[in-house]
Design a protein around this ligand. Structure first.
Ligand SMILES: Cc1ncc(COP(=O)(O)O)c(C=O)c1O
Length: 455
């Protein structure tokens, strides 16, 4: 597997050229990585018009992922999500010029989805969880529920689901893809947490399961620098997806993409091509064995992802935050903790020693009687106005108690997981307030004047 971006940058860094170009650090400086941090000098190609080393490297990634097209992102899945929605709207407008597209979306969507819908002025028809127990990050969507929702959405432009979610639950992509296909709309998957799934045997990658387009945060599960991600397009996608993908990414991206991240994505291709499935299988086996041993000690887990350990902390007698803090005191830092769960994300880059330390720490924690409470059951909120209208109006921040009965004007997110229990344009009910309190959200942004004029 070639690594054209690495080769070019390494040659450039090793040469004695005088850098009369950006960046201002001139290849030396404060953090040690400056020599490899370039801009679009001759030969370095251009991310949004690639004809050289970036084109070749993206071609390598496309082959590895079996996609019809793969585009690099240096601004995470967030950039790809915005691009996916733009492409989805373009495909809709090709068929129905001038009409308003609706995206059917699982309610556990990341905030990038909401900001994209607001910017693009798309309507959202939420798919609320009907089974599986409510949790901020989770939204199980049976295919029958999607079919019914599609039947009620004459303006449907696409279906958007998050799989895997932050807790390691996965959606039934094949059946959801069939339902979307029957209706003639594309399936868009936020697979930020699942880039590695292509290298499982058999592949569990969204594209291999029928998605038309998906984003993968390479940096979340593969050995890639933070910010590195892929936009993958399937052969089944509407032709405009491939035709306008580059433009879509450019629309939402910086004009100064990071060459450190591009270099990292390029180098990862070789890692993925050389023995990665075997290393992954070995790690998944180790994580599975660890799960079973901890299960013998009373730990229970959520989700079905081979590389995610989501501890049911309350079942063991603690909050997720308490387990996270305990682990940290033992030198193990978790990815995310909420009142119910503690999420750990091992990869093949973790050593056996890492897993042993985790096991020792969890085994040493005294088991207590389970804590009973979970999040309040979710009730559908009332819609007052479109997302964009609410987001782009004068608003103010109020304590949660005062927000009840008002219209939400912004998201309420902590990051991670960047999933909001409140969506702009919805009436804040007692139930919304209870859910916010449960997740530690004490204030909400509400419209300054109810029924105010739209911008
Ligand atoms: C489900 C989900 N989607 C999208 C994103 C955004 O990914 P990125 O940080 O690569 O922009 C995240 C980030 O945590 C996420 O958890």
């Amino acid at each position: 597997m070639t690594t054209p971006i690495c080769d070019f940058i390494d040659r450039y860094a090793g040469s004695a050229r005088v850098r009369m170009h950006m960046p201002g650090h001139k290849g030396a400086g404060l953090t040690g990585c400056e020599a490899w941090d370039l801009t679009e000098v001759g030969g370095a190609d251009s991310l949004y018009d690639p004809q050289g080393i970036i084109q070749e490297s993206e071609g390598n990634a496309r082959g590895l992922f079996g996609a019809a097209a793969t585009l690099y992102s240096t601004e995470g899945s967030s950039q790809c999500i915005r691009a996916m929605l733009y492409l989805c709207a373009l495909a809709f407008w090709e068929k129905r010029p001038g009409e308003r597209p609706t995206i059917l979306a699982g309610r556990n969507a990341h905030k990038a989805f909401l900001s994209a819908c607001a910017l693009l002025d798309l309507d959202v028809a939420w798919l609320f969880p009907e089974s599986g127990g409510y949790s901020l990050c989770r939204c199980d969507i049976p295919p029958g529920q999607l079919e019914e929702a599609l039947g009620r959405a004459p303006q449907a432009a696409g279906v958007y689901v998050t799989s895997p979610d932050y807790l390691g639950n996965t959606a039934g992509i094949p059946a959801l893809a069939q339902a979307a296909r029957r209706r003639g709309v594309p399936l868009l998957v936020d697979q930020a947490h699942g880039a590695y799934r292509r290298f499982l045997s058999p592949s569990l990658h969204a594209l291999d399961q029928g998605a038309d387009i998906c984003c993968d945060s390479a940096h979340k599960t593969l050995p890639v620098l933070t910010g590195g991600a892929y936009l993958h397009i399937a052969p089944s996608a509407p032709p405009v997806f491939r035709a306008r993908a580059r433009e879509a990414m450019a629309l939402f991206g910086s004009t100064s993409p990071s060459y450190l991240i591009l270099r990292s994505l390029d180098r990862a291709n070789r890692v993925l091509a050389e023995g990665y499935p075997e290393r992954l299988a070995e790690t998944a086996g180790r994580v599975g064995a660890l799960r079973r041993r901890l299960g013998g000690r009373g730990w229970r887990f959520l989700g079905d992802e081979p590389l995610k350990l989501t501890l049911d902390a309350k079942g063991y007698g603690y909050t997720g935050g308490q387990v996270g803090a305990y682990l940290e005191s033992q030198g193990v830092v978790c990815e995310y903790a909420d009142p119910d769960y503690t999420v750990l994300m091992p990869t093949p880059e973790n050593t056996e020693g890492d897993l042993s330390r985790l096991e020792a720490a969890l085994s040493a924690l005294e088991r207590r009687p389970p804590l009973p409470t979970g999040p309040p059951p979710f009730q559908r909120p009332a819609f007052v106005m479109p997302l964009r209208r609410a987001l782009f109006q004068a608003s103010r921040r109020v304590p949660i108690g005062e927000a009840v009965g008002r219209t939400a004007a912004s998201l309420a997110v902590s990051c991670p997981p960047a999933v909001s229990p409140v969506v702009p344009g919805e009436r804040i009910s007692e139930n919304t307030a209870d859910i916010c309190r449960y997740y530690g959200i004490g204030q909400l942004q509400v419209l300054e004047r109810e029924g105010g004029a739209a911008l």
